[in-house]
Design a protein around this ligand. Structure first.
Ligand code: ADE
Ligand code: ZN
Length: 330
C-alpha cells in the first residue's frame, strides 16, 4: 500500500494554518508588508511555544486581506491536500480574519472560497466543507459575530461551527450563546479541548457546548472515566498527532496516546491541524503512525471510516465518499 494513494479524510485543518510559507511570503512581497519575523533561517515558520505559535499564526494571516487572497489560499491548500491523497477536507474558516466578522464581507470571502473549492473539486476530486470557527482568546463577546456569520451562511458548504485558539482562556460555558445560535441554525458542533487543558476541559466542552466532536481531545487519556464516557457516547476525537508532538505535548510519536485511546474504544480520526507550521502532511502522519504503532491498511481504513461517519457533510456527499473508500484496494 502506498501511503500517498490511500484515500484520506481530514476533519481538522485550519485554512490559514495550512498556508505554505512561500505563499505567505509572496503575498507579503506583493503588498510590501514586512513579516520577516515569522520565518526562520530555513524559510519555514518559526515559533518558540504555543503562545508564540498563535502570535506567528496571526502575523502570517495579516497579509490575507481580500476575498481573492483567500481564493488563492484555498487553491494552494487543496492542491497540497490532494497531492497527499486527501479526498475530503473539513476546513476551519475564521470570519474574524475574513472581513472582521462583518456578515456582508464574510459572504464575499465565502463566495470566493467556494468558487476556488469547486474548481479544485472539478480538477482533483477533492471535496471541501467549511466549519466556521470563533477564537477563544478573543473572548466570548467577540465570538458572537463569527457565530452570526456561520448561522447566516449555514448550508451544504458551511456545515459546522467550532472554537479554536488558546484553550486556557475562559471556560466553554462562556461561549454557549454562540454555540446555541449555531446549533439552532442547523450547524454541527466541534470544539478544541484537551490539548492545553486537561480532562475537565473536554468534559466541559461536551456538557456546556453540546459538541459531538472534540478537536484534539487527547488529554482525555489522563482520565479513565472520561475515556469510558467518550467510548460509550461515541464522541469523535479529531486527533492531530504531529501537531501535538511538534508543540511538545508528547515527547515522541510512540508516547502519543492515540493508540491507547483507540484500544479503549474511542473513535479517533487523524488530521494535520496546521501542517507547514508543524512540518507535517497527511502522508507524514500516516507514515509516523505506521512506524510508531505498526498501523497497516486495515487500521487506516478504520480511521477513514470513522472520519466519514463523523464528517459534517450531507448524506449524498457521504455516499460518494463511501464509494471512493470502497473502491480502494487495500
Ligand atoms: N489554531 C490553529 N491551530 C491551533 C491549535 N493547535 N490549537 C488551538 N488553536 C489553533
Ligand atoms: Zn486546531
Amino acid at each position: 500500500m502506498s501511503m500517498r494513494d490511500f484515500p484520506k479524510l481530514e476533519l481538522h485543518l485550519h485554512l490559514e494554518g495550512a498556508a505554505p510559507p512561500a505563499f505567505i511570503r509572496g503575498l507579503a512581497r506583493e503588498k510590501s508588508v514586512d513579516i520577516s519575523g515569522v520565518f526562520g533561517a530555513d524559510g519555514g515558520y518559526a515559533f518558540r511555544d504555543f503562545g508564540h505559535f498563535l502570535q506567528v499564526y496571526e502575523a502570517a494571516t495579516s497579509v490575507l486581506t481580500t476575498p481573492e487572497d483567500y481564493a488563492r489560499l484555498v487553491t494552494a491548500v487543496l492542491e497540497e491536500s490532494a497531492a497527499n491523497g486527501v479526498i475530503y477536507s473539513e476546513v476551519f474558516l475564521s470570519p474574524d480574519f475574513c472581513g472582521g466578522s462583518d456578515v456582508a464581507a464574510w459572504r464575499e470571502y465565502l463566495h470566493a472560497m467556494q468558487e476556488a473549492a469547486a474548481r479544485a473539486e472539478a480538477r482533483d476530486g477533492i471535496v471541501l466543507r467549511g466549519v466556521v470557527t470563533c477564537i477563544r482568546h478573543f473572548g466570548p463577546e467577540r465570538a458572537r459575530a463569527p457565530a452570526l456569520c456561520a448561522a447566516e451562511t449555514a448550508g451544504a458548504f458551511i456545515t459546522g461551527f467550532g472554537i479554536a485558539g488558546d484553550e486556557t482562556a475562559g471556560r466553554p460555558r462562556d461561549f454557549t450563546w454562540s454555540f446555541d445560535l449555531a446549533r439552532e441554525a442547523g450547524l454541527r458542533l466541534t470544539a478544541h479541548a484537551g490539548e492545553w487543558g486537561g480532562p475537565v476541559s473536554v468534559r466541559e466542552a461536551i456538557a456546556d457546548l453540546g459538541v459531538e466532536r472534540i478537536g484534539h481531545g487527547v488529554r482525555a487519556a489522563e482520565d479513565p472515566r472520561l475515556v469510558d464516557q467518550l467510548a460509550e457516547t461515541g464522541v469523535v476525537l479529531e486527533v492531530c498527532p504531529g501537531s501535538n508532538v511538534a508543540l511538545g505535548l508528547y515527547p515522541s510519536w510512540q508516547r502519543h496516546p492515540i493508540q491507547t485511546l483507540r484500544e479503549r474504544g474511542v473513535r479517533v480520526t487523524v488530521s494535520t491541524d496546521d501542517p507547514p507550521f508543524f512540518r507535517t502532511s497527511m502522508v507524514r502522519e500516516y507514515e509516523e503512525l505506521a512506524r510508531a504503532f505498526g498501523w497497516e491498511a486495515g487500521d487506516f481504513l478504520e480511521i477513514a471510516r470513522n472520519a466519514l461517519d463523523a464528517a459534517f457533510c450531507d448524506a449524498d456527499t457521504k455516499g460518494r465518499l463511501a464509494d471512493r473508500l470502497k473502491d480502494h484496494p487495500t
